[in-house]
Design a protein around this ligand. Structure first.
Ligand SMILES: *Cc1c(COP(=O)(O)O)cnc(C)c1O
Length: 514
């Protein structure tokens, strides 16, 4: 066969296999394989990696109805991570979704007041971040191996509470990795702090800093950008990476549970074949709802995507007006994981509705960075018809927790309550009666005080851990292992430093440049 044809044939084989490549939302010339994108996290130009096309599901929802969560995970993830072998991917899935979850279903679905709550909080840290952070470490070391990276991977993270613990739990004792987490010493809840400072694992380091979350975040960014340190790291066989929610290795595992939910509802006879469900997602950084959008584009029977915000309602305003504007007062609410003014993952949607136009997207992101706002064109806005945005204020959120408890005995966490309240507004606005899945992103035990105060204001005298027992009693649910453990767990990390000492402490942990 002439050489030319051989090359043509090889190329055609690749097309048949529907290989997915990733490119930066700000520079379409910046391309990577899935494993390279996972290793890098953010593209060098500041953009986010996006798949060059959304692969179509190869099995119907009917065919997936009897599949386990792990099996659905394989069916979905293999279509995105096309440079992983079957063995590699199955092994990552097996190590992630195991007994760390307190139920074999991994994500149980609970019906309440006619909606279906997809409980994404049964992992190690009882919040939905576990869905992605329990598999990311395995995807990352597999990616390193595939790309002949021999350095040890050092994960560096600043946290306002939830992500730090979920990342620590995911990376603890994963060979070939170390993880360093900085948190604001006086800026996280007592339970969140206890969860972090009791973290086991010889490769984990936790440090409280005198400063707020922004100080921790800026310090981490400065360390990432420090060329001298990078050279010293390389010499010692180390390199930094990020477990940030913009990593494609966090987004892809989140697509899985939306496909799984459709399959389970079909299996239970809640929906018929071809019938679409709506999805409501309590949103902060826009990662979780973007995953639902990807699931829909793969062919999962999903109708509308309902984006729920708290009082930091930048996204609601954006869906209403087509203008994204972060110039406003930042509000601290009872749903802290949604207290966000710049939703990083929205950039992936902007790029999509700009017609995969990196130059147009880069222009809008430059406007956001310079003046804090941008406006999309009418043509772009027309492509957002599947999205519906609304928000719930603090009173509405508390009322929703109380009413749900009074009507059904089911206890919602604050984030899920925002979504539940927005769902009620949606039905009132649209009269849409479609079957609806509400992403339930945290266990109420993670935000015990808020939840208990919403149900009954008479708990002020109780400590956080006493409240945990009270919640267990009134909600008739066992105290999750994640909370039970920290009652007696010894404190293993007592490092505290000034924000100016972060680099020095990183070097000390890593034993470099002494
Ligand atoms: C992170 C988080 C969210 C927001 O998810 P995004 O993907 O950032 O939109 C909502 N609820 C809880 C409990 C979270 O931890």
């Amino acid at each position: 066969m002439p050489r030319q044809d051989m090359i043509g044939k090889v190329w055609l084989d690749k097309v048949d296999k529907k290989e997915v490549f990733y490119s930066s939302t700000r520079d379409s010339g910046n391309r990577a394989t899935a494993s390279q994108a996972i290793l890098k996290g953010l593209a060098e130009d500041g953009g986010l990696y996006v798949p060059d096309h959304i692969p179509a599901l190869e099995k119907s929802v009917r065919e997936l109805a009897d599949s386990s969560y792990q099996e659905v995970a394989y069916e979905v993830m293999r279509l995105f991570l096309t440079d992983f072998t079957e063995d590699e991917l199955r092994s990552c899935i097996q190590k992630a979704y195991d007994e760390k979850f307190d139920t074999r279903e991994i994500v149980p679905i609970r019906e309440a007041e006619g909606a279906y709550y997809l409980e994404l909080f049964h992992g190690a840290t009882i919040a939905f971040k576990d869905m992605a952070l329990s598999i990311l470490p395995h995807l990352m070391i597999t990616s390193a191996r595939k790309n002949h990276v021999e350095n040890e991977i050092v994960i560096l993270t600043a946290t306002s509470g939830d992500t730090g613990k979920a990342a620590l739990a995911g990376f603890a004792d994963v060979e070939g990795t170390k993880i360093i987490v900085f948190y604001p010493k006086n800026g996280v809840s007592p339970i969140q702090e206890k969860q972090m400072v009791t973290q086991k694992g010889g490769n984990t380091f936790v440090v409280g800093i005198h400063g707020n979350f922004d100080d921790a975040q800026s310090g981490v960014k400065a360390i990432f950008g420090d060329q001298e340190l990078a050279a010293q790291m390389a010499e010692a066989g180390l390199q930094f990476s990020s477990a940030n929610s913009i990593n494609i290795g966090r987004l892809v595992p989140q697509v899985v549970y939306y496909v799984y939910a459709c399959a389970q509802l079909l299996k239970r006879g809640v929906i018929r074949e071809g019938e679409k469900i709506n999805v409501v997602v309590p949103t902060g950084n826009f990662g979780n709802i973007l995953a639902a959008f990807y699931a829909k584009n793969m062919g999962a029977p999903i109708g509308r995507l309902i984006c729920a915000s708290n009082e930091n309602k930048v996204l609601y305003d954006f869906f209403e007006t087509g203008r994204y504007d972060r110039n406003r007062e930042f509000k601290l609410t009872s749903s802290p994981s949604m207290d966000i003014l710049v939703s990083s993952n929205l950039e992936r949607l902007i790029y999509r509705i700009a017609g995969d136009d990196a130059a147009k997207n880069a222009e809008l992101m430059a406007a956001l960075s310079a003046g804090g706002s941008y406006e999309i064109t009418a043509q772009m806005k027309a492509q957002l018809a599947d999205f519906y945005g609304n928000y719930a204020d603090e009173n509405e959120t508390a009322a929703r927790i109380r009413e749900m408890y009074e009507h059904t005995g089911y206890v919602l966490d604050t984030h899920t309550a925002v979504a539940s309240a927005v769902y009620q507004k949606y039905v009132k606005d649209t009269q849409d009666q479609a079957v609806t899945v509400i992403a339930s992103t945290a266990s109420p035990f993670k935000f015990t005080r808020y939840v208990m105060n919403a149900i009954d204001g008479s708990y002020d005298a109780m400590s956080d851990l006493e409240l945990v027992d009270e919640l267990s009693k009134i909600g008739k649910v066992a105290v999750p292992r994640a909370i039970e453990e920290i009652r007696t767990a010894p404190v293993l990390h007592d490092n505290v430093c000034d924000k100016t000492q972060m680099k020095a402490i990183v070097k000390r942990f890593l034993g470099i440049g002494a």
